[in-house]
Design a protein. Structure first.
Lengths: 78, 106
């Protein structure tokens, strides 16, 4: 079974993050992803960037990943 | 017609299209259920929905169409808007209501 720390590692390997939290029960996961790379990108482009980092794992291992994607500035402004 | 052509035709011939698991009456997945709820909360009760569980070719094809690996997927006036998370965020910020204003007929 995929663990939240596995997903965290997968994302970190493919995307430089200022802050990253992943929670989940092995089936459904929630991630808070803060990265400078999101600046100037739409929500769709940000999620696509994370999906690209996860690659084929998104199709094979991870069935339900809910995410919030923020730039460091947006995250501080919360 | 190829699967990509079928999808292109669906999203351009209906103002609001939701690719989902199950039907609006009986969603088969929590994310799809959430997407339907958000549309209804925006006052959109009459939208074109495609049950990907009954259409395996579309289920695969839609992921390539939008370069997006998950279902549900919302399209408004032919444009890919996002999945369940983005729909909820846009609803909470009021952006989705604004986007859907005026395109909800039919």
């Amino acid at each position: 079974m995929v663990r939240p720390e596995d997903i965290k590692q997968y994302i970190e390997q493919g995307l430089p993050c200022e802050h990253l939290e992943v929670e989940g029960d092995g089936h459904h996961f929630q991630a808070l992803i803060v990265s400078r790379e999101f600046a100037g990108k739409s929500r769709v482009q940000r999620h696509q960037r994370v999906y690209a980092a996860l690659g084929s794992r998104m199709r094979e291992e991870i069935h339900a990943l809910s995410m919030r994607t923020l730039t460091p500035e947006e995250w501080k402004g919360q | 017609m190829s699967v990509q052509d079928v999808i292109k035709s669906q999203v351009t011939s209906h103002p609001v299209v939701l690719y989902m698991k199950g039907t609006p009456q009986f969603p088969q997945c929590g994310f799809s259920a959430s997407a339907v709820q958000v549309l209804k909360a925006c006052g959109v009760n009459n939208f074109f929905s495609v049950n990907v569980l009954e259409n395996p070719d579309i289920r695969q094809g839609i992921k390539e169409f939008s370069d997006w690996p998950t279902i549900p997927q919302l399209y408004v006036n032919g444009e890919f808007i996002g999945g369940a998370d983005i729909m909820r965020e846009m609803y909470q910020s009021g952006e989705l209501q604004k986007l859907l204003q005026g395109v909800t007929a039919g």
